[in-house]
Design a protein around this ligand. Structure first.
Ligand code: PLP
Length: 374
């Protein structure tokens, strides 16, 4: 029986677990023990967390003491928005739902046609009130890979007395991220976006930044996040961070992929193409073919990709990100997200290109046949 090897190109949803992270987790599970216990077993568990804290801090240029381990990017974003203690919160229109749904009366900052924050709009919005705000802008978008001009956003926000949160869930582990270099106060991370396990992440709280926790319980994470730590998950997170730091993505595969798909369908559009983007993400339309059709056809060909933000819904609805970029509904419904990572090899990209070509030819030929029959 022949088995079609599957090609996994949906790393922005979840990147496969790195073998070293898997091994570290199994070892941590075997050791068990509560990291708050003072005996030897507890101290061993604490040691695993301390090591991971240093590894995660090193990935984003932070101090180990600034890391607050959480259950993932969603919790980190929620903690940042509540923990900053600012009633007024501004966020870009292309943020992940875990930001958009985390604050009441959120004020949205518009983006341009490439999905880049409109800096003048941010400045205008900040000037409408003297109340000090929290500005939340993501490092890179999960659907398009578009990278935001964080340094300029920080400059504008600081001038207005605002605190700054950056959701770096999709940037960290893919491109260099330097928390202090960017000058942000809070930074969100998630392990499963670069080869760590699901269900673990971190909020990095800059030393000296205000932070009011709403978690009630024990004094874990220096009183910032109560609850016994997910030791195995954190150990896997640490190893994945260390590996990701030494093997960041390059742009060559992405450029080759985009050029190949556009050669097949010259009308295909790469969303956010005019902006700086992550080297692992391509959001592209296949003219006239709905994204669900593409995802299913590619899946049958053994290639896993996604339509829109798979991690937030599971069902395909209109992309709010593309809508904010001014993309028409009909075109946004044909947008496919291809994202690769640490386990991707060039043959995977060739398999995708071949499957995409087959589908496109099938669809356009059946259109021509239908037109002839009509
Ligand atoms: N922020 C961004 C930009 C994301 O892409 C995601 C998940 O896709 C999250 C936050 C949520 O992270 P988690 O799945 O760890 O809760």
């Amino acid at each position: 029986m022949s088995v079609v090897a599957s090609v996994y190109l949906d790393h922005n949803a979840t990147s496969p677990l790195r073998p070293a992270a898997f091994d570290a987790m199994v070892e941590a599970l075997r050791a068990s023990g509560n990291p708050s216990s003072v005996h030897r077993v507890g101290r061993a568990a604490r040691g695993l967390i301390d090591t991971a804290r240093r590894q995660v801090a090193a990935l984003v240029g932070a101090l180990p003491a600034e890391i607050v381990f959480t259950s993932g990017g969603t919790e980190a974003n929620n903690l940042a928005l509540s923990g900053a203690g600012r009633r007024r919160v501004l966020a870009s229109a292309v943020e992940h739902d875990s930001v958009l749904n985390a604050a009441r009366n959120l004020e949205l900052v518009a983006v341009d046609g490439n999905g880049v924050v409109d800096l003048a709009a941010l400045q205008r919005l900040l000037a409408t009130s003297r109340e000090p705000a929290l500005v939340s802008v993501m490092f890179a978008n999960n659907e398009t890979g578009v990278i935001q001009p964080i340094a300029e956003i920080v400059r504008i926000a600081r001038a207005a007395g605002a605190l700054i949160h950056c959701d770096a869930v999709q940037g960290a582990g893919k491109v260099p991220v330097d928390m202090h270099g960017m000058g942000v106060d809070y930074l969100s991370l998630s392990a499963h976006k670069f080869g760590g396990p699901t269900g673990v992440g971190a909020l990095v709280v800059r030393d000296g930044a205000p932070f009011h926790t709403d978690r009630r319980g024990g004094g874990q994470e220096s009183n910032r996040r109560a609850g016994t730590e997910n030791v195995a998950g954190i150990a896997g997170f640490g190893i994945a961070a260390a590996e990701a730091k030494s093997g960041l993505a390059t742009q060559a595969l992405r450029d080759h992929l985009e050029a190949s798909l556009r050669a097949i369908a010259p009308a295909a559009r790469v969303f956010g193409a005019g902006a700086l983007r992550l080297p692992n993400t391509v959001c592209i339309s296949m003219p006239g073919v709905r994204a669900e059709t593409q995802v299913m056809a590619l899946d049958l060909a053994g290639v896993a990709v996604s339509a829109g933000a798979a991690c937030s819904s599971g069902k395909v609805s209109r992309s709010a990100v593309l809508a904010a970029m001014g993309v028409e509904v009909a075109e946004s419904e044909t947008a496919l997200r291809i994202s690769f990572g640490w386990s991707t090899v060039s043959q995977d990209i060739e398999r995708l290109i071949a499957a995409w070509r087959d589908l496109y030819i099938r669809v356009t030929h059946s259109d021509i046949a239908q037109a002839r029959a009509a």
